[in-house]
Design a binder for this molecule. Structure first.
Ligand SMILES: [Zn+2]
Length: 257
C-alpha cells in the first residue's frame, strides 16, 4: 500500500554506500522513519527531498513493518539555512527538540506550522536566529504541555505590576509583594534569583504574546538588545527546566557566540 504525506526531514543519515535513512515529522502521522534506496547518489531523483531540513511530499510503502521511499517531491529545501553555520546550528537544535519530544506532541499541526515558519523566516533572513530561537522555545514548550501561568500573580491575581517574578520550576508568576513575602528575607541588591526571573511590563507583554496569541502575531514581534538577551535567558531556562534533557545541539549553538 502506498502512503503519501508531506513531511519535514529532521534526521538524515547515510546507510551503506548509496542509501539514506530519514526521519520525517508529519501533520497526521507523527514521526516516520523511511529507508530511501539510492538517495545518497547525486543523480538520485530523491536526493534533494531526503536531505536534512527538507520539506517535501513523500510517497512510500510498507513492507514487514518498515517503510521504503517510492518517490519524493521537494516543496522547500530551505537552502538559506545551509549556507550559514548559525542557522544550521539552530535548525539542528530544533530538529533534536522535535525528535526528543515527539511523544508529547499533540496535535502535530501547530508544531509543524511553528517549525516550518521558523525555518522559512531564518532561511530567508526575515528574522534573526536569536529571536526565532526564543519564539520557538517558548511556543514549543506551550505546545507540548508546559504553558507557563503568566496571566497574573498566582496569589492575588494582579495582572500588571511594575515588576513581576516568574518562578521557573513551577511556571508561576508573582507580584512583587507576594514574591518578597514568600521568598526574600533579606534585601537583594541586583534582583538576580537562581530560581526565578524578574520581568518588567514590557517583557511580560512579549512573553504573553508568544504564549497566548496566534502564530501570525508572534512572528511580527520585534525584540532587540537587552530585551532579546533577557528573553533568551527566560525561554531557554524555562524549556530546559521542563523538558529535563541535555541537548548537545544547543551547546553547539551557544558556543558560536
Ligand atoms: Zn500578588
Amino acid at each position: 500500500m502506498l502512503i503519501t504525506t508531506k513531511g519535514l526531514v529532521i534526521s538524515s543519515r547515510t546507510v551503506g554506500e548509496n542509501d539514506r535513512s530519514i526521519s520525517i515529522i508529519t501533520d497526521e502521522l507523527g514521526v516516520v522513519d523511511i529507508l530511501c534506496k539510492g538517495a545518497q547518489k547525486n543523480t538520485s531523483k530523491n536526493n534533494a527531498a531526503t536531505q536534512l531540513f527538507a520539506y517535501a511530499k513523500f510517497c512510500y510503502n510498507e513492507r514487514n513493518a518498515k517503510y521504503y521511499l517510492n518517490s519524493s517531491e521537494p516543496i522547500n529545501i530551505f537552502y538559506g539555512i545551509r549556507t550559514d553555520i548559525k542557522k544550521v546550528a539552530l535548525a539542528s537544535y530544533i530538529a533534536e527538540l522535535l525528535k526528543y519530544s515527539i511523544m508529547n506532541m499533540s496535535p502535530h499541526e501547530e508544531v509543524m506550522r511553528l517549525t516550518l515558519n521558523t525555518f522559512y523566516l531564518i532561511a530567508e533572513n526575515k528574522r534573526s536566529c536569536e529571536l526565532m530561537k526564543c519564539i520557538f522555545e517558548l511556543r514549543f514548550a506551550c505546545l507540548i504541555g508546559y504553558t507557563p501561568q503568566i496571566g497574573c500573580c498566582c496569589v492575588c491575581y494582579e495582572y500588571s505590576y511594575e515588576r513581576m517574578y516568574f518562578i521557573i520550576k513551577s511556571g508561576k508568576l508573582m507580584c512583587k509583594p507576594h514574591f518578597y513575602q514568600k521568598y526574600v528575607t533579606l534585601p537583594y541588591e541586583n534582583e538576580f534569583f537562581p530560581f526565578a526571573q524578574t520581568l518588567d511590563e514590557k517583557m511580560l507583554d512579549i512573553i504573553r504574546t508568544i504564549c497566548l496569541t496566534d502564530l501570525a502575531r508572534i512572528f511580527s514581534l520585534n525584540v532587540k538588545g537587552d530585551y532579546l538577551k533577557e528573553l533568551n535567558r527566560f525561554t531557554e531556562r524555562y524549556l530546559m527546566e521542563h523538558i529535563d534533557h541535555h541537548f548537545k545541539t544547543l551547546d553547539f549553538y551557544n558556543s558560536l557566540d
